[in-house]
Design a protein around this ligand. Sequence first.
Ligand SMILES: C[S@@+](CC[C@H](N)C(=O)[O-])C[C@H]1O[C@@H](n2cnc3c(N)ncnc32)[C@H](O)[C@@H]1O
Length: 215
Amino acid sequence: MIEPDFLRTTRTAYDSMAALYAESFANGLEDHPLDRAMLIAFADLVRANGGGPVADLGCGPGHVTGLLHSFGLDASGVDLSPEMIAIARAAHPELRFEVGSMTALDLADDSLGGVLARYSIIHTPPEQLPRVFAEFHRVLAPGGHLLLAFQAHDDPSELAESFDHKVALAYHWSPDRVADLLSKTGFTETARLRQTAPPEAERQFPQAHLLFSKV
Ligand SMILES: C[S@@+](CC[C@H](N)C(=O)[O-])C[C@H]1O[C@@H](n2cnc3c(N)ncnc32)[C@H](O)[C@@H]1O
């Protein structure tokens, strides 16, 4: 099968700066209390539904996969970039990390208690997003939870706007439109957080965290 260009360019870009990325995000999100709060809520919800494996899709260097593990989850990671996966394996030898794409996951139907996609849908062209959400829905077991985080914008007339991300072409998304798409895929909304960008941030995009479940 011919690989779409966006996957090839995203992989090449992250491969070339994986070590730098890992250095920048070496701490356990101590300086991101709201991100941590959403991850803790996600972990609690997954456990309340009986646990089950949790996949961190687009896990990068695995720092958040490690955090989920520290919250008591059976967490593993998948990433497009072999360099990211090599770093994640070295940093967390006790956890499973595999190279793969969220557009076609090598995971069985109904096999997961939770899916995390933290800033990893941002390089997906908008027309490919329904395919990615269908994959999330396919691999989650009934009652499973999905936590999505992404750079947002406040214009619901546009699903996505592109921006000049440091690594590769990226999109920030309308939380309302993403939520609509998730509902059409069969997910039910549990909660959402809109975080204002701090004044010192390079880009003044709000950050969205959407928590959904598969009924
Ligand atoms: C901005 S980084 C986020 C990494 C990590 N989730 C975090 O919270 O820091 C985006 C990551 O998503 C991965 N990624 C992008 N598109 C992907 C896809 N289709 N399938 C799997 N991983 C993907 C990239 O390789 C990169 O490691």
